[in-house]
Design a protein around this ligand. Structure first.
Ligand SMILES: [Fe+2]
Length: 296
């Protein structure tokens, strides 16, 4: 079989989201298949695979083709509370007995942070490169995931704003993103664990050389700036970067696997009926370096 990638919306966004066919990614990949998918990720930023019946084990094996994996230390469910292993981020509305979390369950309220535009693990010193999200069970309606192309958003900035952004360094933390929704119910341990980390605002893709805005709801300050001014500036940039012309909305089918490059995209979850199950398993490939250690 040959890996084939077709642009999902070739007119408006020629190389943003790609639909991949001709490959069963639940089985071990050939070198050529893995290379074709990596090249597709560099070109597009978001790839969609349909009908991939993953278990956690086969999803982990596929993910390892693209680098070392992250542990799910950003989840607040840890230890005996966890439903899934530490190799897998639990993007579901379920507890460890596979029951739907109550509306006011702390884990659910924390997870609602996913409704804000973000880039996965930007709150870690070495953030995420790729996220791979497998739809195990989906609700009958809603629950889309939207993606915004931060390369196109950067390119569309005027020269003055590009110059202003170029050397800025932001601080990212889940304490900031949850505070946006009024969630502040953190333990002392979590406050320590989620202490802010520094990230460059402008990144350069190591393969394509394209620049992109590295934004996320986790970004709560800019070094050397007063906080309200930093937040107003980041809010303006986010508003710019998430205009519909930069966004692809993925409507899930069960057993879709969507893979995205967190270095060049933001994403957010959309609401759904919480009396229905939505069970998504995310594996995450880590970056090799902090954004502070790469050329701007
Ligand atoms: Fe996410």
């Amino acid at each position: 079989m040959t890996v084939s990638i077709r642009a999902i919306d070739p007119v408006a966004r020629p190389f943003f989201a790609g639909d991949v066919s001709g490959v069963d990614i639940t089985r071990p990949l050939s070198h050529a298949e893995a290379a074709a998918i990596s090249a597709g990720m560099d070109q597009y930023g978001v790839l969609v695979f349909h009908d991939q019946h993953f278990t956690d084990e086969t999803q982990l094996a596929f993910s390892r083709n693209f680098g070392a994996l992250e542990q799910a230390t950003g989840d607040i469910a840890q230890g005996s509370e966890r439903r899934l292993s530490m190799d897998v981020n639990d993007i579901s509305n379920l507890n460890k007995d596979n029951e739907i979390l109550a509306r006011d369950d702390r884990r659910r309220l924390f997870g609602l942070g996913n409704r804000l535009w973000h880039s996965d693990s930007s709150f870690k010193a070495v953030p995420a490169k790729y996220s791979l999200l497998s739809a195990r069970r989906i609700p009958s309606a809603g629950g889309n995931t939207e993606f915004a192309d931060m390369r196109a958003a950067y390119d569309a900035l005027d020269d003055e704003t590009k110059a202003e952004c170029q050397n800025l360094i932001c601080e990212h933390s889940q304490l900031f993103s949850r505070a946006v929704l009024g969630f502040s119910d953190f333990t002392d341990d979590e406050r320590q664990k989620f202490a802010p980390v520094k990230q460059r605002l402008v990144r350069r893709h190591p393969v394509t050389g394209r620049r992109s805005l590295y934004l996320a709801s986790h970004a709560g300050s800019i070094l050397g700036w007063p906080v309200p001014e930093a937040r107003a500036f980041l809010r303006d940039l986010t508003e710019h970067a998430t205009q519909r012309k930069f966004v692809y909305a993925h409507v899930w089918q069960q057993w879709d696997l969507v893979m995205w490059d967190n270095r060049v995209t933001m994403h957010r979850a959309r609401p759904f009926d919480n009396t229905e199950v939505r069970d998504m398993h995310r594996t995450t490939v880590a970056c090799e370096l902090s954004t502070m250690d790469q050329a701007a």
